[in-house]
Ligand binder design. Structure first.
Ligand code: ATP
Ligand code: MG
Length: 320
């Protein structure tokens, strides 16, 4: 059934076990829904299963269990996949073609013809900043340029859902900036974007929502800010960062449990009344206090903590 409220992308118990050389449980059964208009980032270390998830959704590799829906239609239905633009990981285009030829070819595959095809190819070349290079051969392109052509290809025909697997892989900072702007622009137009990446800062700057994947499972999902806030706390307590002079080897009991950092320490506090007590205890110990601030985990720290928690809870122990 399709309707206005359908998720742009939804997986229902979708899983993948590769069986070629040895059994690899690359994707544990996953239920995930991405609302239309969301810029969604899937994060995870190498081998976490990000590309597998995307390829299984698109039917490029066959699901072991479950299925996926694209705007409410089963993704095994070619009509459903017509709504999707896709930039695969590590794209390779025929080196003897020009960038324009490549887009022409993929545009035809996407069902574009005539004036619309020409307009689309020109528009996307401009959008990714490749208009001046369009008639040079792919063999003369840098990796970043090939990646931009790949991005242009994924946008042909203005699909409502665009899936980008590591869109900035191998792209220099300027190129990354450009690609980021293109993604933000698409997001503003209401296109749903699904982005695989391990570039945390990039994901943080463009994505409304993220999921963190680890050994075939999504361990965490939500808004970047919410995940960062949650990970800023420890055992339900806020954390403070004290910038101080050297600490004595014998610490007063109140300071037990602090975590030493460069130029100070971090400590969890149950309520704000603890702050003056901590300051008094430090002063009594002769410690100079240069600053106190609330701790905010960066996405990188949050990511590492999610991984760490995953490790400690033995996720993936039965993976192979
Ligand atoms: N075609 C395949 N045959 C067998 N195993 C595979 C295949 N493709 C991926 N795998 C395995 O599945 C797991 C997940 O791989 P996947 O490529 O989905 O990870 P990823 O999160 O995209 O990693 P990366 O960040 O390196 O792109 C890995 O253990 C990988 O070795
Ligand atoms: Mg991958």
């Amino acid at each position: 059934m399709t309707g206005l409220m359908d998720a742009a992308l939804e997986t229902r118990g979708l899983s993948k076990v590769y069986r070629r050389l040895r059994r690899i449980r690359a994707l544990e059964p996953l239920d995930l829904a991405v609302a239309p208009g969301t810029v969604f980032g899937l994060l995870g270390a190498n081998g976490a299963g990000k590309s597998t998830l995307v390829k299984t959704v698109l039917g490029i590799c066959r699901a072991t269990t479950g299925h996926a829906l694209i705007f409410g239609k089963d993704s095994r239905d070619p009509a459903a996949r017509r709504e999707v633009g896709y930039l695969p990981e590590g794209t390779h285009f025929a080196r003897y073609l020009s960038g324009r030829d490549v887009l022409w070819y993929f545009g035809r595959l996407a069902g574009l013809t005539g004036t619309r095809l020409r307009e689309q190819v020109d528009a996307k070349l401009r959008l990714v900043g490749m208009a001046d290079w369009a008639d040079k051969k792919v063999s003369q392109y840098s990796k970043g340029m090939r990646q931009r052509i790949g991005l242009a290809q994924a946008m042909l025909g203005d699909p409502r859902l665009i899936i980008l697997d590591e869109p900035t892989d191998g792209v220099d900072p300027e190129g990354r900036h450009h690609i980021r702007d293109v993604i933000i622009g698409l997001g503003k137009q209401g296109v749903t974007l699904f982005l695989n990446s391990h570039m945390l800062s990039e994901v943080e700057s463009v994505c409304h929502e993220i999921a963190i994947m680890y050994q075939g499972r999504v361990l965490k999902r939500g808004r970047v800010q919410d995940i960062r806030n949650e990970m800023s706390m420890r055992d339900g307590k806020y954390q403070l960062v004290f910038r101080t002079g050297p600490l004595p080897s014998q610490l007063p009991p109140l300071l037990a449990g602090l975590q030493r950092e460069d130029h100070g320490f971090r400590i969890a506090v149950a309520d704000r009344e603890e702050i003056p007590r901590l300051i008094d205890a430090l002063r009594d110990s002769g410690v100079a206090i240069y600053g106190v601030e609330q701790y905010h985990a960066s996405l990188e720290e949050a990511f590492l903590r999610v991984m760490d928690d995953g490790n400690h809870h033995g996720v993936g122990g039965t993976r192979q």
